[in-house]
Design a protein around this ligand. Sequence first.
Ligand SMILES: [Zn+2]
Length: 351
Amino acid sequence: MKKTISLMLALLLAVTAAVPAFSAAADDSFGAYEHVFIIGVDGAGAAFEKVDSPNFDRIFADNAYIHNAKTEYITTSAQNWGSILLGVDYETHAMTNDSTEKNPRTSADEYHSIFYYARKAMPDATLVSINHWPNINYGIIENDINVKKINRFTDTLVVDEIIHNITVGKVPELMFVQLDSVDHAAHTYGGFSDEYYAAVAEMDVYLGKIYDAIDSKGLMKNSLFIVVADHGETTNGHGGQTVEESSAVLAVAGKTVNKGLINENAHNRDVSAIALYALGIEQPDVFISSVPEGLFGQAREKTVAENPISTQDKLLDMLLFPFIRGFNLIMPAFSWIYDAYYRAGIFAVFK
Ligand SMILES: [Zn+2]
């Protein structure tokens, strides 16, 4: 009897596995996008829901989001950014904060990032990765596939580089960015502190700026804009399995994105499947990430409200812009110092 039941279970599993993850409903999205922008917010968890986030709200009101997508079981940065970028679970890619600090990733490694697949499919594409946490560019994204990699030690500098890379020169086909100040606030003040929530609210301002830089170039006609977190936080850091740690925002905006909540079975690592799907790149067999059911439909006009940022804030931005840009221009000359310090473990305390 036991044998029969196992056999039936195995059969049922085989049938379920044969059903494609994405239903056959009308969907024009495969290859419908020329650009994919992935905005990674380290440690944001489900916190956009907990703060006043007018930019998140206006961008995704007519698009799709979920505040509690599932994370990897180990709620640590490398485990999750690794899965978000490689489309496999952390047990498979086996990357840790420590390993991504020590081992530079190359295309000779067994599992590959979406940048690797994008490079194979689009040899001339502009692929850009701009991060606050250097481990991602060093140990998660391959170093031998011509990805333009930029590391900056404040989110202000990261955001400036993002906007610069969107607005000047060839628009990247694939851009990944990681912002770190939210996680940093949690490590310094605790995950439920006022400072943590203030950092999330500040992040909302950044999201608005980045989205507007894309939209004001007319790029939302053929771009997919994704916001994702690696993990959430607790009072004493992260890595465990509490609801707060293992919830992550996943939000997607684009012309074929259906309006509403993303399927509750979604994982943050589904970003890898969504990105390749949008760019028209076949999903690799090794992927266990998938396009959440019902995410995409047919193209339609979107309604996204104006950025509510005040005139005073805009003026301050305009005044500060030349200084930040100037600083970013001279940064490459000094980045080796930062990298050397980082390799020495000085900044490891931030993760
Ligand atoms: Zn993290």
